[in-house]
Write a protein that binds this ligand. Structure first.
Ligand code: IVH
Length: 662
């Protein structure tokens, strides 16, 4: 048998290497499933040999227990902010001052992107990550160590001989994660985050590390300090060193010989900023030589050797000419402002979302008003505030009938959206099809808006299941459709049948069931029919599934129209069974357990983990599928039910015997 200590260390090394490849270098070499399998094996071993645990193990990213509050920590040296240059003239003024203060010596600048997030210091000792602190007021920040641990691009172990060092850098949320976070919040009727920076700050400063983990933050390091001072002679060299140590350092940086080159860098990135997956609000210029930085020194609040060249905010003022309504997949009516077209950051904007009626109220907006609009992480720009009241203002009224189908519109308690409740509404249907076919769901390439509009408007498709009955003949009757595109679409539809169960489940568009919940449900129940048959309480056996989600899933499968949809999708040949990525070969493979009462040595959580590691499942209620009930002291109704159903009852010792670790 292998030495577990050696296997554990090898697994950690392997996982660290893949994390670096994936999160820092963006060059994955293995699939997510392979990565998950390695991680699971490591967890299993660490659970089995708790004495071999280590704080810098890749398993330690999932975040510890919630905290009561944040501890205040004094920074090793002040975390300063930067002076701003708002235009070329101000940047040249800064350069002139630098030149004068350096008395004619040659100097260079390092130009870096100014990432729009929040600054955070990360401390390491003997190569291990030990503490993370937010900027706070610059002198004292908040200890966010447990939350920072969940940021995958922040190495828990750095490749260095330095005994102690600190990085300073920016924690950010990329646009995709931001859009996804807000979409989820819309679904649940929660307030949206205004921009990725607020979302990043809100996610790092939560008391539950699990929340930070789910929010997918990223960290770019831009300073390397030892004892609160810059560690190398040149800033450029520090950045290279940070990168070599395993940190994510923004690759879009340049060593500039003079201010002209620096200005060119600023202009270049202003034009390209939309191509980046995250937000920037300018460029930071730093004098490269650390000796020269010392000569230039600091003012009371900022270094004299650095400056932030700020891009103009992507905002503009324009008039709201009208408010239109969009009907979404769930029937939610979203008000959208029709604007007098205006250019914002190089793009002409004619519409801006208003999210819901509460938002219109909050803004105090009426049709005819002038508003400030902003383009940030969202694809659709948003209205920030009313700039001036219109001379002819008109209040907007949310309708009580759907603007598309005339169906009834209701606003349920605790929800911010009004919804059209007609499940036959063509707008809802179109959105459902687009969701079903979208990338990351069923991936039916070519099934875009123009095609879906035609398919629905001509009555060819009245349910997503009809997609699987499409023929070349039906498609060729449409406008702008040649034999080649028709064949492509039919092939893509055919290929979509091999998507795994979690995608099928996501595609159904059940409220609150996104990618992750779908995975967890599939993993727990093993098949669509089992999920559809499960009671609301049983559904909560799946990890992270609470009463609200369970109720939504339960109700979905009780609706006859949905049952018919599911049957038609089954007949079309979609995958309803789940091939688990869990390793098999455990002693309890395929067995279902129910825990009841107090066990003599194990907590319920521990018992559950042991069972799961051995390949078994733990369910909350006793039923026909239950293989064993593990009973401790004070077992109540579950024990009685087990006896009534003839389910085998075991005690803790017998359980351990089954797992073969007694
Ligand atoms: S250096 C003493 N580099 O901008 C130098 N800051 O307005 C301290 N920021 O608080 C900062 N990207 O949060 C630096 N590449 C970068 C940056 C950057 C974003 C932020 C940082 C800082 C703020 C100053």
């Amino acid at each position: 048998m292998k030495d577990p200590a050696v296997e554990i260390e090898n697994l950690r090394e392997e996982l660290r290497r893949h994390e670096h490849l994936y999160y820092v270098l963006d060059e994955p070499q293995i699939t997510d499933a392979e990565y998950d399998a390695l991680m699971r094996r490591l967890r299993q071993l660490e659970d089995q040999f708790p004495e071999l645990a280590a704080p810098d193990s890749p398993t330690q990213r999932v975040g510890g227990k919630p905290r009561e509050g944040f501890v205040k920590v004094r920074h090793s040296s002040p975390m300063m902010s930067l002076d701003n240059a708002l235009n070329e003239g101000e940047l040249r003024d800064f350069d002139r001052r630098v030149r004068e203060l350096l008395g004619g010596a040659a100097y260079r600048y390092v130009a870096e992107l100014k990432l729009d997030g929040l600054s955070m210091a990360a401390h390491y000792r003997d190569g291990q990550f030990v503490q993370a602190v937010t900027r706070g007021d610059g002198t004292v920040g908040e200890d966010v160590t447990e939350n920072a641990r969940t940021i995958r691009s922040l190495p828990l172990r750095a490749n260095t001989r330095l005994e102690a060092f600190e990085t300073r850098g920016e924690a950010i949320m990329n646009r995709r994660a931001f859009d996804r976070l807000n979409a989820g919040r819309d679904e649940r009727g929660l307030a949206r985050f205004a921009n990725p920076r607020n979302a990043a700050a809100g996610s790092l400063r939560v008391l539950e590390p699990q929340i930070t983990a789910a929010r997918r933050l990223d960290y770019f390091a831009y300073l390397l300090l030892t004892d609160g001072r810059t560690a190398y002679d040149s800033h450029w060299q520090s950045l290279e060193e940070l990168s070599r140590m395993g940190f994510k350092v923004n690759p879009n940086r340049r060593l500039c010989a003079n201010v002209e080159e620096a200005l060119a860098f600023c202009a270049e990135w202003e034009a390209r900023r939309n191509d980046l997956p995250y937000e920037i609000d300018g460029v930071v210029l730093k004098v490269d030589s650390v000796e020269q930085q010392r000569t230039l020194a600091f003012t009371a609040k900022a270094p004299r050797w650095a400056i932030a060249f700020k891009y103009a905010a992507r905002q503009a003022v324009t008039a709201v000419e009208g408010i239109e309504l969009q009907v979404g997949r769930t029937g939610a009516l979203t008000p959208v402002a029709r604007l007098r077209p205006v250019e914002v950051g190089g793009v002409t904007v004619a519409r801006a979302t208003l999210h819901n009626e509460d938002e219109i109220e909050r803004l105090g907006l009426e049709i005819g008003d002038d508003v400030v609009i902003e383009r940030s992480g969202d694809v659709i720009p948003k209205v920030v505030r009313v700039h001036a009241l219109g001379s002819y203002r008109r209040k907007f009224q949310m309708p009580s009938q759907c603007p598309v189908c005339g169906g009834t519109v209701v606003r349920e308690e605790g929800e911010s959206a009004r919804r059209c409740i007609n499940t036959n509404c063509s707008a809802r249907l179109k959105e459902s099809i687009l969701h079903f076919a979208s990338r990351g769901v069923m991936n039916i390439d070519g099934m875009g808006e123009a095609l879906v509009d035609q398919l629905v408007d001509r009555g060819i498709v009245a349910s997503v299941a009809d997609l699987y009955d499409l023929t070349a003949g039906k498609l060729l009757s449409l406008e702008r459709m040649g034999p080649k595109s028709a064949a492509n679409i039919l092939r893509n539809i055919e290929n979509s049948k091999s998507n795994p169960l979690p995608r099928v489940l996501t595609a159904l568009g059940i409220r609150f069931v996104g990618e992750r919940t779908a995975e967890l449900l599939a993993e727990e129940f093993g098949g669509l029919d089992m999920i559809a048959a499960a009671g609301a309480e049983e559904l909560q056996d799946a990890p992270e599934v609470g009463p609200k989600v369970a109720e939504s899933v339960f109700q979905f499968f009780r609706e006859p129209r949905n049952q018919e949809l599911v049957n038609r999708l089954r007949a079309a040949g979609l995958r309803f069974e789940y091939q688990s990525a869990r390793p098999s070969g455990g002693a309890l493979d395929g067995l279902t357990f129910v825990l009841t009462g107090t066990l003599p040595t194990l907590t319920r959580e521990e018992a559950k983990r042991l069972i799961e590691i051995a390949g078994g499942k733990v369910s909350g209620s006793v039923g026909k599928k239950t293989n064993y009930v593990v009973a401790g002291e004070d077992s109540g109704s579950k024990l009685a039910k087990a006896r009534a159903l003839g389910v085998q009852v075991v005690n803790e010792a017998q359980l351990l015997e089954l797992i073969k670790i007694g």
